[in-house]
Design a protein around this ligand. Structure first.
Ligand code: URA
Length: 433
């Protein structure tokens, strides 16, 4: 078998066999196949797609590229949640402690930022001392004791995904249905959870721009998971508008803390409550309505934020920052972005907002880039709001003043102000079971 022939076959639009897919993934992980050939195959898949059998074969090859974990020492039902990626999407930081505070175990492996979207691991690393690389015994002990631990994907878990993820991030090959489905399900199947809730984002800030594409992706992943014996459910949620008001790592952690304290933005809180309720429901904690009530009470009685604090302490983080979020360092430079005319914010290009945050230093342009944790955007106005000319739309934050001009330009180009008030769609658009 020749790597060249596999790339050519996909480039010409033919379906790859299970053996060809395994050969490629194994060779890439071993270092026999270089990044440039893997990039070429990803681009061919981006253009020519993959059928369900190929996507399933790719998922299983990714799962089998490393260790398949054993969580049998964790006491209780284990539930995980995974988002397909969005802008201002800090939901894991809120839903995971909520469900853990209600007796479900969350042994979570999270990712780093990808393209214009942020990643939970980068966000958690903005907390002083927080460790995202724990050995498996410590990880399991923390889950048993606190109910939750969140770590980065270890080098031995689905290494093929880790390598492809970083490569796709810088080669414009993220937004491909088979690549997203196999990336997410490859690593989810390598972890040992009983139930998985997927948050499939749809709209301008997500990788899937239409509800139809998002439903297709959700059904594909739900089917792959069920075939592997997992209890699966997916919500399709809106990502035409960034979630909440904060975009950027420590800014988002602070917004997540406010939400766990019951003071979060309405839209973000609503999506978190929906996801957490469905995680509890899938884990067998009652009807959806009963689960919703439990979720709301864990926020109002303080058990959710306490669980988050306990997790931060257990993972070496400074819990004082959770009790006093003003301790998070603030960026050295900031700039207010003002409306150029009066009217309603009719729509925004949420991806453009994500790129603006990335330009400020909140994300990576190359695999080696370091994150500026305090960089990002705090929105003052969102889609549907009326603004007067000169009113502040958002404040940009960065440690490098030279980044402000391009980020501001991108932000303004992504904000569409008209005389017409837009009709907003629901935040939770559909459910796939
Ligand atoms: N999240 C993932 O884990 N992988 C993708 O490809 C996209 C979002």
């Amino acid at each position: 078998m020749r790597t060249y022939d596999i790339i050519k076959k996909k480039r010409d639009g033919y379906a790859l066999t299970n053996e060809e897919i395994r050969f490629f993934i194994d060779g890439y992980v071993k270092g026999d196949i270089p990044d440039y050939q893997a990039s070429a195959l990803c681009m061919a898949i981006f253009y020519k797609g993959m059928n369900v059998d190929e996507t399933t074969a790719l998922t299983l090859a990714i799962r089998d590229s490393g260790d398949v974990l054993d969580f049998s020492k964790i006491r209780g039902v284990r539930v995980d949640k995974h988002s397909t990626g969005g802008v201002g999407d800090k939901t894991s930081l809120v839903v995971a402690p909520i469900v853990a505070s209600l007796g479900v175990k969350v042994a979570k492996m999270s990712g780093r930022g990808l393209g214009h979207t942020g990643g939970t691991v980068d966000k958690l690393e903005s907390i002083e001392g927080f460790k995202v690389d724990l050995d498996s015994k410590t990880f399991i002990d923390i889950v048993n004791k606190v109910g939750i631990a969140i770590v980065g994907q270890s080098a031995s878990l689905a290494p093929a995904d880790k390598m492809l993820y970083a490569l796709r991030d810088v080669t414009a090959t993220v937004d491909s249905m088979p690549l997203i489905a196999s990336s997410i399900m490859g690593k989810k199947l390598a972890a040992d959870d009983d139930c998985i809730v997927l948050d499939v984002k749809t709209g301008s800030g997500s990788f899937m721009k239409t509800v139809q594409e998002s439903k297709q992706l959700a059904s594909l992943m739900v089917d792959i998971g069920k075939k592997a014996g997992k209890k699966m459910l997916a919500l399709i949620t809106d990502m035409d508008i960034p979630l909440g008001y904060a975009i950027g790592n420590s800014l988002e952690v602070k917004e997540a803390i406010a939400t766990l304290n019951g003071n979060g933005p309405r839209d973000f809180t609503e999506v978190c409550v929906a996801l957490a309720s469905n995680m509890l429901y899938l884990a067998g904690h009652g009807s959806e309505e009963e689960c919703r009530k439990k979720v709301l009470s864990s926020i109002s009685d303080g058990t959710a934020i306490k669980t988050f604090e306990n997790m931060v302490t257990a993972q070496g983080g400074n819990a004082k920052w959770i009790q006093n979020p003003e301790l998070f360092p603030t960026a050295k430079f900031s700039r207010e972005v003002k409306a150029e005319k009066s009217g309603y914010i009719n729509r925004v290009d949420a991806e453009g907002y994500g790129i603006s945050a990335l330009l400020l230093g909140a994300g990576r342009n190359t695999k080696e880039d370091k994150i500026d944790y305090s960089a990002g955007i705090i929105l003052s106005k969102k889609t549907g709001d009326y603004v007067k000319e000169g009113e502040v739309l958002a404040t940009l934050y960065t440690s490098d003043a030279q980044k402000l001009d391009s980020a501001e330009r991108r932000f303004i180009e992504s904000t569409f102000i008209t005389e017409q008030k837009p009709i907003l769609r629901p935040l939770v658009l559909d459910k796939v079971e």
